[in-house]
Ligand binder design. Structure first.
Ligand code: ASP
Length: 341
């Protein structure tokens, strides 16, 4: 049997930091010497390949170009490796993982994002366990079929679907939540895969989508939001898609000026998707009167999708060049398991 091969892609972020010997300040370690920093890597029976970003990026500096670069890297190494582990800053990991799930259609191999809250060079680091387990998950297979052939995030004992995940804690090792989908795997002494939820491999050829349209914006609602602000928001030049982060199960102010702005924007061709500010639960148009008006104004319900995933999906669909009608239909369908239907 051939040796399992896993590609480790290091993009930057806390996980790859060590303390400078003289000053003690945190600096990125030299990835060529990764085996010195994590000697346990040598104990894997897998062939490990390495790809390092240059320059390394704090994930706050990630953008659509970086998402596409990651897609291209996976495409070019796809036949040579059985799985991929992406070491990435935790701050925008949920956005990148969501975007990558749309970039990679017909994915047949695991793509596991991981990172850490404490750098690898710190004694109590969570990075070592996160990385070692992420590699184990990327390599896991059942009679030569990968167990988790999807884009996911592994962080502190939890394996989650990437496009269902949100960073919700800036300090705790348990930094991510998958509020609307159970874990893909729970990790303790055993890695317990939740096979009923994990997507099946597609067995067709990988398609890599590289056209994203960034004319998309997020409008978070808050009590006291005023007309002048909402008006100028929707007048943003080139705006094509808006994610509204609404209250509870999709509720918004029912004042006439607000509904009129949405109605006019949607008539002018701007696609508006409604997602909830809550970590768990879904938008349900029609449950309360305050969401009925949104429906009538042409706002589309995003169901239980996360904001991160909604943003990536809207950029992906607008970039694909479909007519608005088709985009609206696809927004309400599950393309990569990002929404419960
Ligand atoms: N600021 C860092 C980043 O997201 C934090 C982390 O790595 O967790 O790149």
């Amino acid at each position: 049997m051939e040796e399992t091969a896993i590609l480790l892609i290091y993009t930057g972020g806390t996980i790859g930091m060590i303390a400078d010997e003289e000053t003690g300040t945190l600096i990125p370690f030299d990835f060529d010497n990764i085996n010195n920093h994590i000697p346990e890597l040598k104990r894997f029976r897998y062939k490990l390949g390495f790809h390092c970003f240059d320059p390394l990026l704090d994930s706050s500096n990630m953008n659509v170009e970086t998402w596409i670069e990651l897609g291209q890297i996976i495409k070019s190494y796809y036949e040579d490796y059985d799985g991929f582990v992406i070491m990435h800053g935790s701050d925008t990991m949920a956005y990148t993982a969501s975007a990558l799930s749309f970039i990679l259609e017909n994915l047949n191999k695991p793509v596991v994002f991981t990172g850490s809250q404490l750098p690898l060079g710190v004694l109590r680091t969570d990075g070592r366990e996160n990385l070692l387990t992420a590699i184990e998950i990327a390599a896991a297979n059942d009679e030569d079929t990968p167990i988790v052939p999807e884009v996911c995030i592994y962080f502190e004992n939890h394996l989650m679907r990437g496009n269902r995940t949100t960073k919700y804690n800036a300090e705790n090792f348990n930094a991510f939540v998958s509020g609307n989908l159970p874990l893909l795997a729970d990790v303790g002494v055993y890695i317990k895969y939740n096979k009923n939820i994990i997507l099946r491999p597609s067995f067709t050829k990988l398609k890599v989508h590289v056209n994203f349209d960034t004319n998309v914006a997020i409008l978070k609602l808050y009590p006291g939001i005023n007309k002048q602000f909402v008006d100028s928001f929707f007048k943003t030049e080139g705006l094509k898609g808006v994610i509204i982060e609404s209250f509870g199960s999709g509720n918004a102010p029912s004042e006439k000026w607000f509904i009129d702005i949405l109605k006019n924007a949607s008539k002018s061709g701007i696609i508006i998707l409604n997602v909830t500010q809550c970590m768990t639960g879904a938008v349900e148009h029609g449950k309360y009167e305050t969401s009925v008006k949104l429906d009538k104004a042409g706002v589309v319900s995003g169901g239980d999708i996360t904001t991160e995933s909604a943003l990536a999906k809207m950029m992906y669909l607008l970039g694909s060049g479909h007519e608005n009608d088709k985009i609206v239909r696809l927004l309400q369908k599950s393309l990569r398991g990002e929404i419960s239907i």
